[in-house]
Design a protein around this ligand. Structure first.
Ligand SMILES: C[S@@+](CC[C@H](N)C(=O)[O-])C[C@H]1O[C@@H](n2cnc3c(N)ncnc32)[C@H](O)[C@@H]1O
Length: 215
């Protein structure tokens, strides 16, 4: 996708180049070694999902956007650019302070830092039972925490909120956690949900007014 601000395009190009290098490095790792080193890698949602999120935030006219899983800020870049476009506030959560510091520097260089509030800690603990409401949510933390995180964010989903959850298809090792996650989502009567084969597979979930709820 094209970014209106060349600074955003430059930072995106840098992420894309780093990702290419990391894909090659990951291929060279001994079998089974990746898991222990996963924090070294961007693990990005990818450009297609990034563009989808960008369109979603703007199309929804979001005011409050939540990202769960900042990592090094790749997906944050798309969300923050869209947040600037439509005057939204983006809150981005990650348990890893060093990654968030890196993300903050990249966002600064892209001219987007003021549109993001970083919060560092466990997403489930920080969400704290729906004190804030969200129009668009990206869920992209470690998959074994998806169900707990979903239950924590669910009370805070605004009417007609949209939540996007990554890694529904890949990596294969996440499939059991993903099955449990999709079952939890489908268990809520006021949510409509569909799996789209974009990037690593995303679940797109919309909250409807309770009056319109499908049973
Ligand atoms: C797959 S990466 C996110 C990638 C990012 N969305 C992107 O596209 O660049 C997952 C991130 O979630 C963070 N994380 C994992 N479990 C978490 C939790 N319980 N609370 C907050 N962050 C968590 C990890 O530190 C990691 O940086």
């Amino acid at each position: 996708m094209r970014f209106a601000d060349p600074r955003v395009a430059d930072v995106f190009a840098e992420y894309a180049a780093r990702h290419e290098r990391e894909l090659a490095a990951a291929r060279d790792l001994p079998r089974g070694a990746f898991g222990a080193r996963r924090d070294e890698f961007l693990l990005p949602v990818g450009a297609e999902v990034g563009a989808f999120l960008h369109a979603l935030v703007i199309g929804r006219g979001a005011r409050h956007v939540l990202e769960l899983g900042t990592s090094y800020g790749y997906s944050t870049l798309f969300l923050a650019d869209a947040a600037r476009e439509c005057g939204a506030k983006l809150v981005s959560i990650d348990v890893d302070a060093a990654k968030q510091a890196y993300a903050g520097q990249m966002l600064e260089r892209a001219g987007l830092r003021e549109h993001v509030e970083f919060r560092c800690g466990d997403a489930v603990e920080l969400l704290g039972g729906g004190r804030e409401t969200w129009d668009v949510v990206l869920l992209d933390i470690w998959k074994d925490r998806y169900v707990a995180c979903f239950e924590a964010v669910y009370p805070g989903l605004a009417e007609e909120a949209i939540m996007v959850s990554d890694n529904m298809i890949y990596p294969e090792g996440a499939r059991e956690a993903v099955r449990a996650y999709r079952a939890a989502v489908k268990g809520k009567a006021d949510l409509q949900t569909v799996l789209l084969p974009l990037g690593s597979g995303i679940e797109v979930t919309a909250r409807w007014s309770k009056d319109n709820a499908r049973l």
